[in-house]
Design a protein around this ligand. Structure first.
Ligand code: ATP
Ligand code: MG
Length: 261
């Protein structure tokens, strides 16, 4: 299988701190690849480097055959990478449909200027975005709720809608930063269904997540970070049984889980 996303000795240094320390990661095409590890391990920083939000201190990042190291975020998005954020970013007083449509505006041609000089063209574009957002909402099982205000929807639905927004640019890969955080078990089930369905249609996912049930049920391959360093990689089975991962991360997780049950 070909490589979709490849990090080579990728490093991010913030002043004195090596938040991500020379990691090597090779994500294959058509997979769900998870990135796990304790708080502060460097997971979000990794996603921010992949999407061009943070510059890379050293090393390289390749996506789909392109060297994207140092590229501006909009170009990386155009090449086919979408993302969601660790902290929910929705417009509470806009409808669900409008929230999803927002994801498409960045890729329409001239934006605001065009709207002023070519009202008819802009309207056509808006119609196209609307139709696209409606189709995505159908796929996510949220179409019936399209005209609800975001703030009136349960948190789990709001989180899933962010995946829909990311889908508006027709990405090949979506980076999800803790999509299951704050979701109840039934919402987590919904999320898993949505990710699996999109995966079935050809989308790949790079998934940061602390919830082990979610990770273990959908990942093809897992990379583990701790204090900026890659400490293990392998299949869910291999990771669950890796002594170093258990010692530095999973041990504490399982203790937490036992305490909750
Ligand atoms: N913009 C920044 N400036 C300085 N330090 C930062 C910055 N962003 C992150 N860090 C530091 O880099 C380290 C890695 O942070 P990061 O957010 O990538 O961790 P994470 O693995 O996503 O953790 P969590 O599971 O809590 O979300 C942390 O020590 C964090 O404090
Ligand atoms: Mg994070």
């Amino acid at each position: 299988m070909g490589s979709l996303l490849k990090l080579t000795d990728t490093t991010k240094q913030f002043q004195g701190l090596r938040a991500v320390d020379a990691i090597n990661l090779d994500m294959k095409e058509n997979t769900i690849h998870a990135l796990i590890g304790p708080n502060g391990a460097g997971k979000t920083t990794t996603v921010n480097m992949i999407t061009g939000v943070h510059s890379v201190t050293s090393g390289t990042i390749e996506f789909d055959g392109h060297d994207i190291t140092g590229m501006p975020t909009y170009k990386i998005a155009r090449l086919g990478i979408g993302r969601t954020f660790q902290n929910i970013k929705v417009f509470p007083t806009m409808t669900l449909l409008e929230n999803v449509m927002v994801g498409g505006h960045q890729c329409t041609k001239l934006g605001a200027l065009r709207t002023i000089f070519d009202i008819r063209g802009a309207k056509r574009e808006e119609e196209m975005l609307k139709e696209k957002a409606e189709n995505i909402l159908k796929k996510l099982g949220l179409y019936e709720l399209r005209n609800e205000l975001m703030q009136n929807l349960p948190y789990g639905r709001q989180k899933i809608s962010e995946i829909g927004r990311a889908m508006m640019t027709d990405p090949k890969l979506i980076l999800l930063d803790e999509p299951a955080a704050g979701l109840n078990p039934s919402e987590r089930g919904e999320l898993i269904k949505v990710i699996k369905a999109a995966y079935g249609e050809g989308l790949s996912f790079f998934l940061i997540e602390h919830n082990m049930d979610v990770i273990m049920s959908i990942s093809d391959y897992i990379t583990v970070l701790s204090f900026g360093k890659l400490i293990a990689e392998g299949t869910p089975q291999e990771i669950q049984n890796n002594p170093e991962v258990i010692a530095s991360y999973l041990g504490e997780k399982y203790k937490q889980k036992m305490a909750e049950e």
